[in-house]
Design a protein around this ligand. Structure first.
Ligand SMILES: [Zn+2]
Length: 326
C-alpha cells in the first residue's frame, strides 16, 4: 500500500473480530478503544473479519457485527476485509519465509508433540523441534509448516501493559504458520494483514499479549514495519471467567440494538475503560453524541490495565433483552 508522507503521520487503527458470534462486552470495549485512539488523532479505522477458521464461523455473524458497530456509531473506513479472500497474500508470505529457509514441514500429531515435549510454554506444550532435522522429520501427506525461531528475546513496549519481553525459543518454540489441514494460522495471517493494510496501531484484548512477540518476529522476517501495540484489560464475568462469544455468554447487545441499548452499552464500555462521562452529560444522549465526546476526551492513561469484572449484577445493559444467534 502506498501512502503519502502526510498520511504516514496519521494512525491507522483496526478492529478484527472473528465472525464466530456477535459482539460481546469485551469486543465492544476493544472496538471502542481502538476507534477512539485512531479517530482522536485524526486517523482512519478499518474493520477486518478474521474468518479463516471455517469450522467456527456462525452464518450471518459478520452482518450482525457490522450492524452492531453501526448502531454503536463506530463507522469504519474503506471496504471490510475478509481474511478468507486474502489467501494468496498469506501464501506469498509463506513462500518468502520458505525462500529464507525459515520454515519446515512438520508431520507430528498433537499426541506426539505432547509426548515429546519437555516444557510447557505460553500456548501449551513446546514443540521439541524434531522435524527441524530432515533425517528425523515425520513425513505425512498433510504436513504443517513451522517457523524456526531464533534463541533471542523479542522486546516491545505495550502502550498500556508497559515493557514486554519474550524469549521465543524458550517460551513458545517453533510455531505453526500453516496447519496440517491447510489453514493459515492466526499468527501468520494477522501480522501479514496488518502490514498489508498499513495498520500502525493494534489495539486488542489482553489475552493476545502473549502472541505479540511472534507477530513482531514475523513482521521483521517479512521486512515489514512494527505497529504500536495496546493490550486492553480483559473483561471478566463475576466468577473470573473471560467474557467470550460462545453461546449467549454476554447478552449485552441484541442483533438490532435500539439507540438506547447502544448508548447504554457505550456508557458501560467507557466506564470500564476509565473514561467516565461528565455528570452534566445528557442522559438521553445518542450513540453518536457519546462517540463524539469519547473521541475528544479519550485518555489511555485513565485505563486500568488489570483484568476485572465488567458485568456487575443489575447493570443496566445486562438487562437488555437477550437474543441468541438464530
Ligand atoms: Zn514435527
Amino acid at each position: 500500500m502506498n501512502r503519502s508522507a502526510h498520511q504516514k503521520t496519521l494512525p491507522v487503527g483496526r478492529f478484527a473480530p472473528s465472525p464466530t458470534g456477535w459482539l460481546h462486552f469485551g469486543s465492544i470495549v476493544t472496538a471502542l478503544a481502538s476507534y477512539c485512539l485512531a479517530r482522536s488523532a485524526g486517523g482512519s479505522w478499518l474493520v477486518r473479519m478474521e474468518d479463516l477458521d471455517r469450522a467456527r464461523l456462525v452464518a450471518g455473524a459478520d452482518s450482525v457485527i457490522l450492524y452492531q458497530l453501526e448502531a454503536l456509531g463506530l463507522l469504519w473506513d474503506g471496504p471490510i476485509r475478509y481474511q478468507s479472500r486474502c489467501l494468496p497474500l498469506y501464501q506469498a508470505a509463506l513462500e518468502r519465509l520458505q525462500r529464507q529457509n525459515r520454515i519446515y514441514p512438520c508431520g507430528c500429531s498433537r499426541t506426539q508433540i505432547t509426548a515429546e515435549s519437555h516444557e510447557t510454554g505460553v500456548d501449551g506444550p513446546i514443540y521439541s523441534g524434531r522435524c527441524r532435522q530432515p533425517e528425523q522429520r515425520r513425513r505425512t501427506r498433510d504436513s504443517a509448516w513451522r517457523l524456526r525461531v531464533a534463541p533471542l528475546a523479542v522486546r516491545f513496549r505495550d502502550g498500556l501493559q508497559g515493557e514486554q519481553r519474550q524469549q521465543l525459543a524458550r517460551e513458545v518454540g517453533d510455531f505453526i504458520i500453516r496447519r496440517r489441514d491447510g489453514q493459515f494460522a492466526y499468527q501468520l495471517a494477522t501480522p501479514v494483514d496488518d502490514a498489508d493494510q498499513g495498520v500502525t496501531q493494534v489495539v486488542r484484548g489482553g489475552d493476545l499479549l502473549g502472541s505479540t512477540a511472534r507477530q513482531i518476529y514475523l513482521l521483521k522476517l517479512l521486512g515489514q514495519p512494527q505497529p504500536a501495540y495496546v493490550h486492553l484489560p480483559l473483561a471478566l464475568h463475576a466468577d473470573g471467567r473471560k467474557i467470550s462469544k460462545s453461546a449467549a455468554d454476554c447478552p449485552c447487545l441484541p442483533a438490532r440494538p435500539s439507540p438506547q441499548q447502544a448508548a447504554a452499552v457505550l456508557r458501560a464500555a467507557l466506564a470500564f475503560l476509565g473514561q467516565n462521562l461528565p455528570p452534566q452529560f445528557p442522559p438521553q444522549a445518542s450513540p453518536a453524541q457519546i462517540i463524539t465526546w469519547a473521541c475528544q476526551s479519550f485518555d489511555l492513561r485513565r485505563v486500568d490495565p488489570q483484568p476485572r469484572c465488567a458485568v456487575p449484577d443489575g447493570c443496566e445493559f445486562n438487562r437488555a433483552p437477550a437474543q441468541g444467534p438464530a
